[in-house]
Design a protein around this ligand. Structure first.
Ligand code: OAD
Length: 268
């Protein structure tokens, strides 16, 4: 299968000068044809999908990890050391996320669930925007910023208070609450992980969208899908470590490219 890419090769740079839209349209038509005939499809999303909703990504020049250190804020050790500091960061992020709305990328992905017989959306995002857009066949593999977990009881409940009030928040039992998210050094839910890898292994089409493809185990999913014969498509404004492996790289914003794919599916 030849690799389709909207950047990178000499031929494509020449095309870009003549008009990048020609090659983009060709790749989009190819991807749309695959989507249209897929019986099983998986989409993996990362922070880039929510960038157009005004939520900062982690890496890159404007990314959160330019300003903050993950080891201070997103590890169990950081929480044990200073739960108040960790909660201040999550409370700030909740205040940024609360007014945000799903963008066209979230909406198209919710629509794919209606047109592809077996569709699973796997997100690394904890912002809840996929659910808000209507996605239900969804794994939030890094948890949800809107869920809190009691350290003593292990019970999880929804908490949408913005701002949270006294920090760190406490369970009615008196114990500390923590964000119900997966931090660095922690394991994903075994059930989520099993379902995600099983879906990647059986997908006809795998989309990887708005993720730097640097954090495991999510970063392995497109590789597993490719090894098992899926047509793998990446949507990202910049190349990532997996760009060389994918069948089609669409360089650009998810909120622009996904609606173009959906329009091409409708025409096909
Ligand atoms: P990153 O911040 O690492 O990557 C975001 C990706 O989105 C980058 O490759 C951007 O180029 C791309 N991007 C930016 N704007 C985009 C747009 N409009 N459309 C499409 N792509 C766009 O975020 P993740 O890959 O999600 O984990 O990061 C994975 C995990 O690392 C996160 O879940 C988080 C983080 O540290 C934890 O906090 C545990």
């Amino acid at each position: 299968m030849p690799m389709l890419s909207a950047y990178g090769t000499i031929r494509h740079r020449i095309v870009r000068r003549k008009g990048l839209s020609v090659i983009m349209d060709t790749i989009i038509a190819t991807v749309a044809a695959r989507v249209k005939t897929a019986t099983s499809m998986v989409a993996l999303t990362g922070a880039g999908v929510s960038a157009e909703s005004g939520i900062p990504t982690f890496r890159g020049p404007e990314g959160l990890w330019q300003q903050y250190r993950p080891e201070d804020l997103a590890t169990p050790q950081a929480f044990a050391r200073d739960p108040r500091l960790v909660w201040e960061w999550y409370d700030w992020r909740r205040q940024k996320i609360a007014p945000a709305s799903p963008n066209p990328a979230h909406e198209v992905l919710a629509h794919f669930e209606k047109i592809v017989p077996d569709f699973l959306l796997i997100t690394q995002n904890i912002d809840g925007l996929h659910r808000l857009a209507g996605s239900r066949s969804l794994i939030e593999m890094h948890g949800s910023i809107w869920h809190v977990r009691c350290l003593a009881e292990g019970s999880v409940r929804e908490n949408r208070a913005v701002p949270l009030g006294a920090l760190p928040p406490r369970c009615p039992c008196g114990s500390l609450l923590r964000p119900d998210v997966v931090w660095f050094g922690e394991s994903l839910s075994p059930d989520d992980q099993r379902r995600a890898f099983a879906a990647a292994e059986s997908a006809d089409v795998f989309l990887t969208i708005g993720t730097s493809a640097l954090v495991q185990p999510a970063a392995s999913l497109p590789i597993v899908a490719k090894d098992r014969g899926a047509f793998v498509v990446e949507i990202n404004p910049v190349p990532t470590p997996i760009s060389a492996l994918v069948d089609a790289h669409l360089q650009g914003a998810a909120g622009v490219i996904l609606p173009q794919i959906l329009a091409a599916v409708a025409q096909h």
